[in-house]
Ligand binder design. Structure first.
Ligand code: GUN
Length: 284
């Protein structure tokens, strides 16, 4: 069984990005700028945001976090977004989700300039992805494709099953896996909470992508022998952070699996940095 190490792959990606940043700043370009906006005090979000800022700084990206109180109104948040849209030294804007319930996430994501939308959540970028046009792609699906490519595991012509239909992971991942690209070209099934006989669908997968949020739900009954399992779940349990896959039960069954933590998570951050550098190269 092969463990797909997202930390090593992310390190490689970040090394290349740092070279791109160093080469162009040496030519006199200003450094890339990333603005991260967080509303409220969700502890998990606070950790993610701090990580994003730290990793960005290590690459020479000038990162600033705008931490707003939970009582911030939608109008106030939109004003911050508009300010960053207009700022010539900011290339990427990220609004950390989830937002408090009194703020409409879709209104805020729509307000981000599509050129600075490093999460790839703006309808322009989602639409471009769906049409196969160039644009900023969502970080987690992009990181998964990059990880498969790093390990030379191509789903081309194979059966891929994605479980979970979120706008952040499942839906864009299903679209990207079906794109006519070397590390895609899969025959994709998108499963969700209303899927009939989920275990049977999952057992048909050569490549199984789990993004459900149910700790260790997917054991041997759900996994075909020799499958590649990509676990996007991050579940906090008494025993620590675990994925959606029951990894211990699958170790002698799968060809390859991502660990949690240390699999998809680090790739998501690496792709955020990649999108930021790309936006910087295109918009400066
Ligand atoms: N919350 C959970 N994942 C993400 C992500 O990729 N981007 C943002 N902005 N918020 C998130």
């Amino acid at each position: 069984m092969l463990l797909l190490d997202g930390r090593i792959c992310a390190q490689e990606c970040k090394k290349k990005l740092k070279e791109r940043v160093l080469a162009d700043t040496a030519l006199g370009f200003r450094p890339p700028g990333l603005a991260v906006i967080m509303v409220g005090d969700d502890p998990a979000s606070a950790i993610y945001v701090r990580n994003k800022e730290k990793e960005a700084s290590l690459l020479g990206i000038s990162a600033q976090t705008c931490h707003l109180p939970r009582a911030t109104t939608e109008q106030e948040l939109l004003a911050h977004i508009h300010e960053f849209n207009a700022a010539s030294d900011i290339d990427g804007i990220l609004v950390q989700l989830p937002l408090p319930p009194h703020i409409s996430a879709s209104s805020c994501l729509l307000a981000i300039s599509p050129d600075k939308d490093v999460d790839g959540f703006h309808p322009n970028n989602a639409g471009r992805m769906t049409l196969g046009l160039p644009g900023l792609r969502p970080c987690t699906p992009q990181g998964i494709v990059e990880l498969l490519s790093f390990y030379h595991l191509s789903p081309a012509g194979k059966k891929a099953v994605v479980v979970g239909r979120s706008n952040i992971v499942g839906k864009p991942l299903a679209i990207m896996l079906a794109e006519p690209l070397e590390y895609a070209n899969a025959t994709v099934t998108l499963c969700h909470s209303k899927t009939a006989n989920l275990a049977k669908e999952c057992r048909s997968a050569d490549f199984l992508f789990l993004s459900v949020g149910s700790p260790r739900m997917f054991g041997r009954d759900y996994v075909k022998e020799g499958a590649v399992v990509i676990d996007v779940g991050i579940n906090r349990t008494k025993e620590g952070i675990v994925g959606d896959a029951d990894r211990a039960a699958l170790e002698d069954r799968v060809l390859a699996i991502t660990p949690v933590p240390g699999g998809v998570g680090p790739m998501t951050i690496a792709m955020l940095l990649k999108n930021t550098v790309k936006a910087w190269e295109q918009n400066r």
